[in-house]
Design a protein around this ligand. Structure first.
Ligand SMILES: [Zn+2]
Length: 681
């Protein structure tokens, strides 16, 4: 389930590209407005509101400059001001979308939500602006460089996809629908975020099996009850280790009901509005529309891909399911099923017993400060960069830290780490863009938002992580590096993470590999008491055990992907989201539906990803192929890493993703490495 939470990005609108009138104004903007060191990150509601209004005012001014331009269209009179405009809109959108979910102050969060609505409305209007469309249609870029030509081609397609050439009446409807969809999406997310649940346990005896440090953090309350919440640092260890089966089941049901019942109706409305929008734009349904500009190109291809992966995963998943069932029968001889809420628990036991991997022993080598240090060491060494902490900055919370990324003496960008849980904070793990970079104008800035155990919360500074959390950390950091290293293209529309959406998870999923191999693990996994590096046999067990569960995981992911596609690939007038979810679970998942649960109400990606949750797996297929080069040359091979940085990361979205992959591999990508990985036992 962690995968559901793994990162997402806010670049949908930025698939369009950016724009002021003269270079002088541009320089002024670059020097004053976009200095990294002048960036304010603490924010009051008033300050954020003002900043957003100011960004929007700049954006309006640049838009007018383009529209009022006379004479033949040139890059200088059209693309340059567009780029400036988009720098402002990108900043306003990202600042609001970040603070809406991380800022400790409720006024800032609600100001941010309203700001995000205003910016999204402006962006939607832009895409439907015929004057702009005509300006770009009349722009001759035949003599420009390949990146500029690619950008303009992409922009014109985005204009058409937005409906710019529809009738006046249709365009009004499209704008209204887009606006409504943004608001429904925010409502959907808010209902999940606000619905943190807990179960009450009667006595410490019900915590049998839980790690000692976790128990210490969960003393009984004044009423004698122990509270276990649906937040990750509670939910995941409890599902994994608690022997108390009924407790696990109760917590699972609460977890799978977050957002319920409120989001049942919200989700129906979201799907219905998207369907209507797709129809106005001339598509059969939303899934056809949303897949068209991805690597996969159509809903039909997406369905085939889901079925192809599900088929490849079928036998490995069945083998693993049987192992879990065999283990369960030691506890319950009459058992004929393993339930979804028993999966993490029995997986852990099988790994522990069959692969002799004691995940609690493993945790002793994964203390948060060592993991952070290891992640930094490995990525700095691989990608030839250094990180320097920036002290004394006003930030939005005392737990947040800021880091500058240097290439030699050249600063490449800045990132922020907001890694520990607190009230009212985004509950998953994700990378957020703060400012998308553009060469000569602005350095990229990005943020990691996670929920790891906090060393400050334990008396001895100890924060032992689950290996899965370490994997999440590397994953999200893969997005962050992509954002920083790709953020140096001249046009913001192809700078940063602007490749096709279904490629975006490839660099992050590839970086996960460094959590499973001795060359990298031995660099940072040390015993928190003795300082001794992780023993080789433990790494070997981890690798074998890490492979266990991948068939089930893959099958389960295809269930989620099928739900996401299935909700959006037909007329929703008779859609019963619970019934279809149950049907698809039977078809794709080895685990039965658990009565009374409504997981679709907290499946946040139904908004952000809509029909295209398949993208994770599509990216994984590519990630496995990319990683095969490192497997061959060594995980710390700087030459391979330099090529990877140059061919995959640095171009951002200035080329088709399939070409980036081909440039790095020297051939088109294939399914083979993924299949080999899946079948290896
Ligand atoms: Zn991700």
């Amino acid at each position: 389930m962690l995968r559901i939470g793994r990162g997402y990005l806010w670049f949908l609108v930025l698939a369009m590209a950016p724009g002021c009138a003269t270079r002088e104004v541009a320089m002024e903007v670059a020097d004053v407005r976009w200095s990294v060191d002048a960036t304010a990150l603490e924010r009051t509601a008033a300050r954020l509101g003002n900043d957003t209004a100011e960004h929007l005012a700049w954006a309006k001014a640049f838009r007018s400059r383009i529209l009022e331009g006379v004479g033949p269209r040139t890059i200088e009179s059209t693309l340059v001001p567009y780029n400036e405009m988009m720098l402002h809109l990108d900043a306003a959108k990202n600042e609001c979308e970040l603070f809406a979910v991380v800022h400790p102050n409720a006024d800032v969060r609600s100001t941010a939500e309203r700001g995000a609505q205003d910016v999204n409305k402006f962006l939607t209007d832009l895409k439907l602006d015929r004057g702009l469309f005509q300006a770009f249609s009349g722009l001759d870029v035949s003599a420009a460089d390949a990146g500029t030509r690619f950008l303009v081609e992409k922009m014109l397609r985005e204009f058409r996809r937005a409906g710019v050439d529809q009738s006046d009446e249709a365009r009004v409807r499209i704008a209204g629908l887009n606006d409504e969809i943004v608001k429904i999406g925010q409502e959907f997310a808010r209902n999940i975020r606000d619905d943190e649940r807990e179960i009450l346990l009667d006595s410490p005896a019900e915590l049998a099996g839980m790690p000692r440090d976790w128990i210490d953090k969960h003393p009984p309350g004044a009423d004698g009850k122990i509270r276990v919440s649906t937040r990750y640092p509670d939910y995941i260890p409890f599902q994994t280790y608690a022997r108390h089966a009924q407790g696990r089941k109760k917590l699972y049901i609460e977890y799978r009901n977050r957002g319920y019942p409120k989001n049942m109706e919200v989700l129906n409305r979201l799907i219905a509005r998207r369907h209507e929008l797709a129809q106005v734009l001339g598509y059969d349904d939303w899934a056809d529309y949303v897949t068209e500009d991805k690597m996969i190109e159509s809903a039909e291809n997406a369905q085939s891909f889901i079925d192809r992966v599900a088929q490849a995963a079928h036998d490995p998943a069945q083998r693993e399911f049987n192992l879990l069932l065999t283990r369960k029968r030691q506890d319950e001889p009459a058992a004929d099923r393993v339930e979804d809420w028993e999966r993490a628990y029995y997986e852990q036991l099988v790994k522990n017993e069959q692969y002799a991997l004691d995940s609690q022993a493993l945790r002793a080598y994964l203390n948060f400060p060592d993991v952070l240090d290891g992640l930094f060491t490995i990525t700095q060494r691989l990608f030839g960069v250094t990180y320097r902490q920036v002290q004394g900055l006003p930030l939005w919370h005392g737990d947040v830290t800021a880091w500058d990324v240097y290439n030699g003496n050249r600063r490449m960008g800045r990132f922020y780490l907001d890694l520990f849980p607190r009230n009212d904070k985004y509950g998953h793990a994700a990378q957020f863009d703060y400012h998308t970079g553009a060469a000569g104008l602005r350095l990229p800035q990005a943020v990691l938002v996670c929920n790891f155990p906090n060393p400050k919360e334990s008396p001895n500074g100890l924060a032992l992580m689950e290996h899965e959390e370490v994997v999440t950390f590397f994953h999200e950091f893969g997005h962050l590096l992509h954002a920083i290293l790709s953020g140096h293209q001249p046009w913001i529309g192809v700078s940063g993470i602007t490749t096709e959406w279904d490629f975006v998870e490839a660099p992050s999923q590839m970086l996960e590999e460094w959590c499973f191999h001795p060359e990298s693990l031995r660099l940072f996994a040390r015993h928190y008491q003795t300082g001794e590096p992780i023993p080789m046999d433990l790494v070997e067990k981890l690798r074998r055990a890490g492979d266990f569960g991948k068939g089930l995981q893959t099958a389960h992911q295809m269930y989620y992907a099928a739900v996401s596609l299935g909700y959006y690939n037909d007329d929703p007038k008779n859609l019963d989201t619970t019934a279809l979810m149950m049907e698809l679970q039977r078809k794709y998942s080895p685990f039965d539906y658990v009565d009374g649960t409504h997981f679709q109400c907290s499946f946040g990606h139904l908004d952000q990803y809509s029909a295209i949750y398949y993208t994770y797996m599509w990216s994984l297929v590519i990630a496995k192929d990319l990683f095969s080069r490192f497997e061959e040359k060594g995980l710390l091979d700087s030459e391979t890493a330099a090529q990877y940085r140059r061919f995959i990361l640095e171009p951002g979205g200035s080329k088709k993703a399939a070409e980036l992959v081909q440039d790095f591999l020297g051939r088109p990508f294939s399914f083979d490495a993924f299949r080999t990985w899946l079948e290896k036992t």
